[in-house]
Structures are given as C-alpha cells and as structure tokens.
Design a protein around this ligand. Structure first.
Ligand SMILES: *[C@@H]1O[C@H](CO)[C@@H](O)[C@H](O)[C@H]1NC(C)=O
Length: 198
C-alpha cells in the first residue's frame, strides 16, 4: 500500500497598510524637499511630450437660465486626471502609503478656465481643494464650481423651446504641444444632476 502524502505550502503575504503619520511626513519631505519639486515645471521628464489631461464634467444642476442676459448658470465639477512624473514613490518605503492628498496650490496644475465665462477669466478650483496623488504619479483633481457661461437663448417657441448651450473649457496659456486634453469617458455626466423647475 502506498500512501500519498500531499504537502501543501501556503504562503500568505499579507500586506497591512501600516502607514503612520511619520510615513506621510517622510513622503512629503521626500517628494517636495529632497526631490526638490518645482511646481512651475510641467511634470513630464521629456518636455517634448505633451501632458495628457483626461477630463470629465459632471453637471450637478442648472441654477439659472437668463434669456435677457443670455446667461446660463450651472453648478458642476470637473474631474481632471494626469500623470505627474515627479510625484511617484515606492509605497513599500513609506509603510505602504499609496496615496496622498495635497492642496492644489502645492503642485503643478493645468490652467484650465471656462472660455465662454460671463464674468472674468479665472483659474478653476481654490486653495481649499486638494488633489489626490497616487504612488504611480497619477493625479486626480476635482474642482467644483458655479459656472456662469454665455448662451444664446432663443425664446421664439417658449414655453416649448429647447435650448442648447455650450460650456467651453480651455487650457489657457499652453498650446496643444504642451498640454493635450482628452475626454475621460463620455465627457459629460448627468448622474448627479438635480432637476430644475424650468
Ligand atoms: C518615477 O517615474 C519616473 C519616470 O517615469 C521613473 O524614472 C522613476 O524611476 C520613478 N520613480 C519611482 C520611485 O518609482
């Protein structure tokens, strides 16, 4: 009689996210001080390549349609993603820390603006908004805004009219050789849209 012995070795590599406040501190020191991060530099090592921005627009609500002033006021946010080649790290060196939230004013930001804005040309976002940075350098930024845009409103068929308005975003000071915008999924999302009585 032969007996069959099967030995099974199971090795489990259990990764515990054990990052501490010190890991976060060390990582910030590493990225910004040791690596000497300069936010004015477009963050791709090969400066002949353009930065690729992925962009999605989420419309939350239409606040106002003013046919007299030919103005549309919407609330929404953009999700803009890109890779910052100067903001990557080996997460194992920092207690498994794989993402970080940094104020948008601390890192390179594309100068995206609303082109057909009604008031003045302003940079999106604000200093209270943080961008998420992942260990592979992927940055995700979600500026939330109330957009006032110009829209030609034709009321000939009121109240059975249908209006079409463009909300145009541009990367203002850079050319397409420097910064290229692509639409992430469908470009515009209505998932979080609240109905407006009009
Ligand atoms: C960060 O990315 C650059 C460019 O892709 C690469 O050369 C470098 O080795 C990366 N550093 C780490 C720590 O992963």
């Amino acid at each position: 009689m032969s007996s069959l012995r099967i030995l099974v070795f199971i090795t489990l590599f259990i990764k515990i996210g054990a990052q501490s406040g010190d890991d976060v501190k060390h990582l910030i020191t590493q990225l910004f001080t040791t690596n000497d991060y300069v936010k004015q530099v477009r963050p791709n090592q090969n400066q002949l390549q353009p930065m690729i921005l992925d962009l999605d627009f989420f419309l939350v609500g239409i606040d106002e349609v003013d046919e007299l002033k030919q103005r549309l006021i919407t609330t929404g946010y953009l999700i803009i993603g890109w890779t910052d080649e100067y903001l990557n790290w080996t997460s194992a060196d920092f207690g498994g820390l794989y993402h970080l939230h940094v104020p948008q004013t601390d890192i390179w930001m594309p100068d995206i603006t609303l082109k057909n804005g009604f008031t003045k040309l302003e940079k999106l976002g604000s200093s209270v908004i943080k961008a998420k940075v992942e260990s592979n350098g992927q940055v995700t930024w979600m500026p939330f805004e109330v957009f006032e845009s110009k829209c030609t409103i034709d009321i000939t068929y009121f109240p059975y009219d249908q209006q079409s308005c463009n909300i145009i975003f541009v990367v203002w000071s850079s050319s397409v050789a420097d910064v290229m915008v692509t639409l992430w999924d469908d470009g515009i999302k209505l998932d979080s849209m609240e109905d407006n009585a009009e």
